[in-house]
Design a protein around this ligand. Structure first.
Ligand code: ACO
Ligand code: ZN
Length: 178
């Protein structure tokens, strides 16, 4: 179990307007609650071992948000993985940071929590020599698309029928500045 002391050590917060939440690294003990947030807020559900393997492999960029006054409650999360894929212009393999999933509980949205999770996690995964950050998002998910565009992600293509229900995805890319 994470003690209050552990949580304080792992926390990092901007000295910005909204100080009602804290962001810290996810722990094994958080995973059930992360899974619950995902199941409430997104139609794509993953088995527990999937979260566990992301945490085992990419712990530095698996972050959670909690209310400041209730550090064991999880109100949002972000998780990434790194993939090696051939670059477009050569046969070289390049590392891409793939945003696997981000979600914030409804009651806590539009407070900058998703922005804070992105801002904190992107530099952390960047240490793995990424050339770009990539993600898929439902073409109807205007709020998320707006958020990603604020972080300089561009729509690079459409993946047809990417989701089980047949909806298309935008493939969005944010180049890492050299
Ligand atoms: N409508 C329009 N713009 C929005 C919306 C919205 N519903 N939500 C966020 N934005 C844009 C706005 O520009 C906003 O700035 P503003 O509030 O100053 O106008 C900016 O993004 C920053 O918003 P945050 O407060 O940082 O975002 P929030 O904490 O509310 O979380 C999120 C956004 C993650 C999309 C949330 O709505 C959510 O959890 N949705 C359900 C899950 C989901 O769709 N996740 C993304 C799936 S794609 C993937 O995971 C790769
Ligand atoms: Zn994806």
């Amino acid at each position: 179990m994470g003690t209050d002391k552990d949580i304080r050590i792992n926390s990092f917060n901007d000295t910005k307007k909204d100080e009602s939440f804290v962001i810290r690294e996810c722990t094994f003990e958080d995973l059930e609650l992360v899974k619950e947030v995902n199941e409430k807020e997104l139609p794509e559900d993953y088995p527990f071992f999937f979260y566990k393997s992301i945490l085992d492999n990419f712990p530095e960029s698996f972050l959670v948000a909690s209310p400041k006054d209730n550090p064991n409650k999880i109100i949002g999360y972000i998780m990434w993985r790194v993939e090696k894929t051939p670059s477009k212009d050569s046969l070289r393999l390049i590392n891409k940071g793939h945003l696997v999933s981000i979600a914030i509980l409804k009651a806590y949205r539009r407070k900058g929590i998703a922005s804070a999770l992105l801002a904190k996690s992107m530099p952390r995964i960047q240490n793995r020599q990424l050339k770009e950050y990539v993600l898929e998002v439902r073409v109807s998910n205007y709020g998320a698309i707006d958020l990603y565009e604020k972080f300089n992600y561009k729509k690079e293509g459409i993946k047809k029928k990417y989701y089980k229900d047949g909806e298309n995805a935008y493939y969005m890319v944010c180049k890492v500045s050299e």
